[in-house]
Design a protein around this ligand. Structure first.
Ligand code: TYM
Length: 332
């Protein structure tokens, strides 16, 4: 049996990944690298769709690499690279833009949400074409599976549609990828607003657990998370969105089932439960943060890892792009 190929990416748009990024995506990446042919990248070109300070973008790209490696993404087992180091992403991105319909692209909910917040005049055209670049990211590597959180499902569906359309118009060129989305953990919510997803661009960071934050800050955020009505510790996303979100986090990090957690806290209150979740989160993140800080001390080594990854990625990307150009009728 041939080994399935996996690809995924993450944007370097904050000083830290949050717990949603970790549980929805990165934790899966680490597991998948054990028995798949895996490509992971930092989507620094996608990060340009919002105005960025150059020094900050550089810092955050390296911070992202450090956090991924500290979380267990192993450059010996996977191909880890920066999107901007492999120019085929932009080249195939253009082809995808020519393949996608304007109406189809206009239906992307992430674009609609983000552009509504900033208004059309201040929304970059790149934010609109973002999903077509994402399709190129995936199709270049002929990925079978794409491990992402629930919020990326629509982009993967679009990628599948574009790949199928290209294949039927121009002949078999791209593998049609499957989304790899967990049943639990694919949507971690904000601790203060537990019906909305935890997000790097949240208006307040009070409800966002960041990997690079101190144990004290993270423990405090969990202990002061929004409290639901009632008293029991029970999983019920409608009646108890706050407690249910904390239970999802507990379960994903401790490995205990929701039923076991409910049993353990049967006669206890919210305060005890939040204290226990804070302890689990803080102890889980402590070594990741420490390792990331250590890795950041040697920038040259980090950049070297990313260059080596890009070299490997380019070999695959070049092959797919050449086939795409040939099938399109571009003179070779
Ligand atoms: P990004 O950088 O917003 O998020 C990285 C990953 O984290 C997941 N995620 C979450 N999972 C659970 N709960 C949450 N609250 C939560 N918030 C974020 C995301 O689903 C994602 O898997 N467009 C992508 C980056 C990208 C990409 C790609 C991904 C560019 N090209 C190709 C896969 C394949 C993004 O903005 O992810």
């Amino acid at each position: 049996m041939t080994c399935k190929r996996v690809l995924s990416g993450i944007q370097p748009t904050a000083d830290s990944f949050h717990l949603g990024n970790y549980l929805g995506a990165v934790k899966q990446w680490v597991q998948l690298q054990e028995d798949h042919d895996v490509f992971f990248f930092i989507a620094d070109l996608h990060a340009l769709t919002i105005e960025t300070d150059p020094a900050l973008l550089r810092k955050r790209s390296l911070l992202s690499a450090a956090q991924l490696i500290a979380s267990g993404v192993d450059p010996q087992k996977c191909t880890l690279f920066l999107q901007s180091h492999v120019s085929q992403h932009n080249q195939l991105g253009w082809i995808m833009e020519c393949l996608a319909g304007f109406g189809e692209a206009s239906r992307m909910t992430q674009f609609k949400d983000k552009s509504q917040k900033t208004g059309t005049d201040r929304t970059a055209v790149g934010l609109f074409t973002y999903p077509m670049l994402q399709a190129a990211d995936i199709l270049l590597y002929q990925a079978d599976r794409v491990p992402v959180g629930e919020d990326q499902r629509q982009h993967i569906e679009l990628t599948r549609d574009l790949a199928g359309r290209f294949n039927s118009r121009y002949g078999q060129t791209f593998q049609i990828p499957e989304p790899h989305i967990l049943k639990s953990g694919a949507k971690i919510n904000d601790l203060q607003d537990p019906t909305s997803k935890m997000s790097k661009s949240a208006a307040s960071m009070q409800g966002v657990i960041e990997i690079m934050d101190t144990a004290e800050i993270n423990a405090k955020k969990i202990k002061s998370s929004m409290t639901d009505a009632g008293r029991e510790i029970r999983f019920d996303q409608t009646e108890k969105p706050g407690i249910s979100n904390l239970m999802t986090i507990h379960s994903a990090l401790s490995g205990s089932s929701i039923a076991d957690i409910e049993k353990e806290f049967e006669n206890k209150g919210y305060g005890d439960f939040k204290g226990a979740v804070a302890e689990i989160v803080v102890e889980y993140l402590r070594p990741i943060r420490a390792k990331a800080v250590e890795l950041l001390e040697d920038e040259t080594a980090l950049v070297k890892i990313l260059h080596e990854g890009a070299e490997k990625a380019r070999v695959v990307a070049e092959k797919t792009l050449a086939l795409t150009y040939k099938n399109l009728g571009l003179v070779q």
